[in-house]
Design a protein around this ligand. Sequence first.
Ligand SMILES: NC(=O)c1ccc[n+]([C@@H]2O[C@H](COP(=O)([O-])OP(=O)(O)OC[C@H]3O[C@@H](n4cnc5c(N)ncnc54)[C@H](O)[C@@H]3O)[C@@H](O)[C@H]2O)c1
Length: 257
Amino acid sequence: MRLEGKVALITGAAFGIEGELMGFGGASARLFAREGAKVVVTDVAEEPGRRTAAGIKETGAEAMFLHLDVTDEAEWASVVEATVRAYGKLDILVNNAGTGAFERVEDLSIEVWDGQMDVHAKGAFLGTRQVIPEMRKTGGGSIVNISSIYGLVGSPTSTAYHAAKGAVRLFTKATAVQYAKEGIRANSVHPGFAMTPLTEGRFKSGSESIEARLAVVPMGRLATADEVATGILYLASDESSFVTGAELVIDGGMTAA
Ligand SMILES: NC(=O)c1ccc[n+]([C@@H]2O[C@H](COP(=O)([O-])OP(=O)(O)OC[C@H]3O[C@@H](n4cnc5c(N)ncnc54)[C@H](O)[C@@H]3O)[C@@H](O)[C@H]2O)c1
């Protein structure tokens, strides 16, 4: 029970259904609940989000689904308010929602650039700004921002995604420094290539895309959502009480090579 008594809000957490392919947010929701947290599952995808929350409740744990588009300031306010109304406080925020974009610099439109900055960078900013007053009331909290190895290094594609995930990395450090004295910690997680609902289409076995990626991963395989969720759990829990502004890389050795 590593999160006993904690209340956690996770964005982009719709895909955490037993027996189906899970995303990092959904896998974290299940793991957090198993470790004793009350979990608020949020996403723009309503049907799988409701099923994920219902599945957690079937295990005897406490969870609810709330619709949240992370780019919507007003929706953030109402979701945080509903969380505190239902569960009394908010200890943990995981900013996980995201989408992909693959254009090279010269092929990149302003719309795609803005969309990536909105969902990753602005999403994490709006969420963080909304939860800090609630965390302050209880004397602290933990914010875990899901960046990527693509927030650490470049690649031949994915320009706007790199820029947005890099912004998440430094936004996390700014938050960590500014709120350390108040017991509010902020850390970033940098997953490598993983098979999730987001990547399922591109990472088909035998495809050119997957072969090229596996060739640069020393462990020679993809991560599972659970392997990333256990890292998120560590940063969310009090076990990481002296860890803030840190980057947890979970990439099978890719960025070490
Ligand atoms: N899968 C990978 O290889 C990989 C690697 C590194 C980082 N990541 C990052 O991990 C995070 C989780 O992705 P995943 O791979 O687990 O896939 P996922 O599909 O489970 O998660 C993404 C979720 O975000 C939701 N979402 C999209 N736009 C949203 C918005 N505006 N508001 C709220 N929710 C929104 C989607 O509906 C989806 O449920 C993302 O930020 C992604 O960029 C993924």
